[in-house]
Ligand binder design. Structure first.
Ligand code: DMJ
Length: 591
């Protein structure tokens, strides 16, 4: 086997050694002999490389300005990049699941806001009539999946039946992300069918009065019929951080489409108020006063009422093609706060998770913060979001490789990537239950905790996390539910698109199979389960709208060809409705 190599060396030697002899200048002989030595060294190296090609890779990387050492980021397995083509059988299985959900809803409850698959009925959010909660939330998934017949019927319902003239109070945030977001994405994906834009704009105009507060922060509720903002007295009129800061992608895209500045101004004003109200650590408590535009002393967390504030910081930056640096700054500031105060490591299996900070008064009446090792399923959006942020806001060049290389990311980008990968891993670990589904809320064991407190103890040692209040022989706690939430599969979709690592598809497939096994209702639709750690499962008679808008869409996209809705061209709103990235006009003056 060495024969060809030796022959090659002889031939190369005679050809290249002739060149220095033709050079005529003083000291020519010396140069010539040095040249010969140089050539022999090169030839030796060439032979080595020929025999052992891997030897060349590290110096070549150095020569190209890339780190010669491990260029793989955490979570990126060497040689793991697959092709990004569709996994057709799995993708089509998700389409079948969507049809199973939609056709049951259409049969039993078409037009109603919500669906109850066991009682075969629908219900509306208020007694004043529905606002297309499920239909508007599902249409873009039909367009993405190519379900033309279903889409045409849903469009007809929007054209003939959808009305927002309802004299009742609706949640401002939920109505915006699900209904307005769904209509805007439908407009884009249907090649600008104006019906959807008109409906989205009509809805936005009914929501606009909620922004008429002293600070400009929108009120939590809106009477769509009367076009009035309504304070949420259950929370003393305070507004949630996630709710006021998760309307921006929708209102900004509408401003871009309609050329109406008002939508932009109202949405941007909220961000200016939040920026001015910055808490010292860069984090945000979950309530604000709409009168003063100040954060209240309240929990700080990435779960409910906090989550999508952080999500929309990076997504606003991406929506306008990375041109609005203010969002990048706010995002970086918040991610640093998260790393400094919320990111924790579990005691035994070293899982990375995010804890919550809860305010409490000391004996002397001073304000302190208690760390609670609790993580909502909702937080599982953060893993993928951090990876997305690392490859954009945290990148030194654009676009980064897939998977990104170590040297392509800033220090902050590397930090965020690493945490993102670890959080996805932790969220997958919370699927290690009897059903393979993850619970609504997990708690992590802290040093000094008593072992018997941990219902998740499966053997001699308890696992690092447990479901609080779940005790054998007792009714399951609400924390033990799986309500068809999308956050883990959302992160798996992002992680797969950013790495090409097939482990993420495998994990998504395992979750999909668990949903099929435990949530699918034979007569049609899907239902939440009451306890992820109990088989056979008990169901709740409810199919959340985000199953069709988010969970099944992200699963579909995980198995679809990566050219479908590429991350470089789209941002997904928090309800998984895709909006195209655009270049902002003069509108943005926020700095
Ligand atoms: C969705 O309505 C949105 O993703 C929202 O931001 C949070 N919760 C649900 C899904 O879990």
């Amino acid at each position: 086997m060495t024969e060809p190599g030796l022959r090659q060396r002889k031939k190369d030697s005679s050809e290249t050694s002739a060149t220095p002899k033709n050079v005529t200048h003083a000291g020519g002989d010396k140069i010539s002999s040095l040249g010969n030595l140089y050539v022999w060294v090169l030839l030796g190296a060439g032979l080595l490389i020929y025999q052992f090609p891997n030897i060349a890779k590290a110096p070549l990387r150095l020569f190209l300005g890339q780190s010669g050492r491990d260029t793989h980021l955490p979570g990126v397995r060497p040689n793991s990049v697959s092709t990004f083509s569709a996994d057709i059988p799995k993708r089509d299985a998700v389409v079948e699941a969507f049809k199973h959900a939609w056709l049951a809803y259409e049969r039993d409850a078409m037009g109603d806001d919500e669906y109850h698959p066991f009682s075969h009925t629908g219900s509306n959010l208020t007694a004043a009539g529905g606002i297309g909660y499920t239909v508007a939330d599902s249409i873009d998934t039909m367009l993405i999946m190519g379900l033309d017949d279903e889409y045409q019927r849903a469009r007809t319902w929007v054209a003939e039946k959808l009305s927002f003239d309802r004299d009742a109070e609706f949640n401002t945030f939920e109505t915006t992300i699900r209904v307005m977001g769904g209509l805007l994405a439908a407009y884009h994906l249907s090649d600008q069918d104006h019906l959807f834009l008109e409906k989205a704009q009509e809805l936005a105009d009914r929501i606009l009065p909620t922004f008429e507060t002293d600070s400009g922060l929108p009120l939590s509720l809106v009477n769509l019929g009367l076009k009035e903002g309504v304070p949420d007295m259950d929370n003393n009129g305070m507004v949630s951080t996630a709710e006021v800061a998760t309307l921006q992608l929708e209102f900004r895209y509408l401003a871009h489409l309609t050329d109406e500045d008002i939508y932009w101004e109202k949405a941007e004003r909220v961000m200016a108020v939040l920026r001015a109200a910055r808490m010292p650590h860069g984090l945000a408590s979950i309530f604000l006063s709409p009168k003063e535009g100040r954060f209240m002393t309240a929990s700080i967390r990435l779960g409910s009422r906090g989550d999508s504030y952080y999500e929309y910081l990076i997504k606003q930056y991406l929506q306008t093609n990375q041109t609005e640096d203010v969002y990048r700054e706010m995002y970086d500031d918040a991610m640093t706060g998260i790393h400094n105060y919320l990111v924790q490591t579990s005691i035994s299996s070293k899982l990375i998770y995010t804890a919550e900070l809860n305010p409490e008064r000391t004996g002397q009446g001073e304000l302190g913060w208690r760390l609670t090792p609790k993580q909502d399923h909702l937080v599982c959006f953060l893993g993928g979001s951090l990876m997305l942020g690392a490859t954009t806001s945290g990148a030194l060049l654009h676009p980064v490789s897939v998977p990104p290389r170590l040297e392509e990311l800033s220090e902050v980008g590397k930090r965020d990537w690493k945490t993102g990968v670890e959080l996805v891993k932790t969220c997958m670990a919370t699927h290690e239950t009897a059903t393979g589904l993850s619970p609504e809320i997990v708690h992590f064991r802290m040093p000094g905790d008593e072992v018997e407190n941990y219902a998740a103890s499966k053997g001699n040692m308890p696992s690092d996390w447990y479901i609080k209040g779940s005790k054998p022989g007792h009714p399951p706690s609400l924390d033990a539910r799986y309500i068809l939430r999308p956050e883990t599969v959302e992160s798996l979709f992002l992680a797969f698109r950013l790495t090409g690592d097939t482990q993420y598809r495998d994990q998504g497939w395992a979750i999909f199979q668990a949903i099929e096994k435990h949530c699918r209702v034979d007569s049609g639709g899907y239902a939440s389960v009451k306890n992820v750690d109990q088989v056979p499962v008990e169901h709740e008679d409810k199919m959340e709208t985000f199953l069709m808008s988010e969970t099944l869409k992200y699963l579909y996209l995980l198995f679809a060809d990566a050219s479908v809705l590429p991350l470089s061209e789209y941002v997904f709103n928090t309800e998984a409705h895709p909006f195209p990235v655009f270049n902002p006009s003069f509108r943005t003056g926020f700095s």
